[in-house]
Write a protein that binds this ligand. Structure first.
Ligand SMILES: [Zn+2]
Length: 291
């Protein structure tokens, strides 16, 4: 069994997008501050973090292992290639079969020469309203790796765009849609759009909770209520996608506990039941990850 207890389904214990994003804030590599927050989160019942950091994102296995040891948090590792702006050069040079081989190696042998293996493929992404040729190649490579290893897939959509196209792609490749999470769907702000994907059979992640500058949390809660009413809450995950130093408490950010301390009460005030909240945070992740 990979996980038990509450799970945040889309996080990055450490990552480095600072060079492309041209800000040092995007170099999230603060060990003791992260450990402190994970410890606090663990005490509140979050026992698992699905860490979707992969090739080209500053993946640092020894760092994450040390965080696990110091905090007690069960961290699940990922493999894959993020999104064109952040691809390492081999993604452009290699064939989809070669890229699949890299992911399969992470899953079956270990990541970057360690014995730590990946249990999920992602986050793999499309650009803003655009799915580049190389991103298509990555998705095709992911299908090969998924079919070979049966590991689940988790995606990135840029500000929520092209989620439906991703669903259609996986459907066309005969990937079982209940093995796929479409990420960042909360950023669409569009309940009908999300419900259409849910009816098609995928899981979706409301994984940017607290990022008010992109989408107000009230909108997230309103949409979740509609999803609950439509009977699809068992296909939804929650997370915060913390990626910057300034998101952490020591820098005055909202920190990892915000979801439990602030967003859960907000959801309750919108009529989302404790049973639904338990599903999104505990039962759905267990069912999805432990298969
Ligand atoms: Zn993302």
């Amino acid at each position: 069994m990979l996980i038990d207890g509450m799970t945040y389904m889309h996080e990055h214990t450490t990552l480095d997008l600072s060079e492309v994003k041209n800000t040092e804030d995007c170099q999230l590599d603060v060990f003791s501050e992260t450990v402190e927050e994970y410890k606090k989160l663990y005490k509140k019942g979050v026992k698992n973090i699905i860490d979707v950091t992969n090739f080209g994102m500053g993946r640092n296995i020894p760092f994450v292992e040390k965080v696990t040891k110091a905090s007690g948090m069960n961290i699940i590792y990922a493999t894959g290639f993020y999104q064109e702006d952040f691809y390492p050069i081999q993604v452009f040079r290699e064939t989809r079969e070669q890229l699949a081989e890299r992911m399969i190696k992470d899953i079956t042998e270990g990541i970057k020469g360690t014995h730590i293996t990946a249990d999920i493929i992602g986050e793999i992404g499309t650009s803003f309203n655009k799915w580049t040729e190389t991103e298509k190649k990555v998705f095709e490579a992911v299908v090969i790796a998924h079919k070979e290893t049966n590991k689940p897939i988790t995606t990135h959509t840029s500000i929520g765009t092209l989620g439906q196209e991703q669903v259609d792609f996986f459907k066309g490749k005969q990937v079982a849609l209940d093995r796929v999470i479409i990420g960042h769907v909360d950023l669409t702000g569009d309940a009908d759009y999300i419900l259409k994907m849910l009816r098609d059979g995928v899981y979706v992640a409301f994984d940017t909770v607290g990022k008010e500058s992109y989408m107000p949390d009230r909108t997230r809660a309103e949409i979740l209520k509609k999803i609950q009413d439509a009977g699809y809450i068992e296909r939804v995950f929650l997370s915060m996608d913390i990626t910057r130093k300034s998101h952490l408490e020591y820098k005055g950010g909202i920190g990892y506990s915000f979801l439990l301390d602030s967003f859960v009460p907000l959801m309750q005030s919108y009529g989302i039941t404790d049973e639904s909240i338990e599903k999104m945070l505990v039962k759905n992740p267990i069912e999805f990850m432990n298969r």
